[in-house]
Write a protein of this length. Structure first.
Length: 96
């Protein structure tokens, strides 16, 4: 359903199975990094923060370096900034 509300629950229900399917098909080992990034990002977008548990688990699964979480947070923030700007000023995509 393309009109589904964004939520951490919907990400877990719809996005994670797609990642698992794609990785199984392509034989990539990126799934162990992709899932924590997706869950961290979804929680951040839904709640505007992440729990201590999510922070610690994501940090551990991504190699224990805080700088990786800083990067993820900065990228999410930048894309939110761009989306807000496009929405407020009614800037259509080139495909519209």
């Amino acid at each position: 359903d393309n009109n589904a509300e964004f939520s951490l629950e919907n990400v877990k229900k719809h996005m994670l199975p797609l990642l698992e399917k794609e990785n199984a098909y392509e034989g990539k080992g990126d799934l162990l990094r992709e899932i924590p990034i997706v869950l961290f990002t979804a929680e951040l977008l839904e709640t505007n923060t992440v729990s201590d548990e999510t922070y610690a688990k994501t940090k551990r699964l991504l190699g224990g370096d805080d700088s990786v979480l800083v990067e993820i947070t900065a990228i999410v923030g930048y894309y939110a900034y761009v989306a807000y700007t496009l929405n407020v000023f009614r800037i259509a995509s080139s495909s519209s």
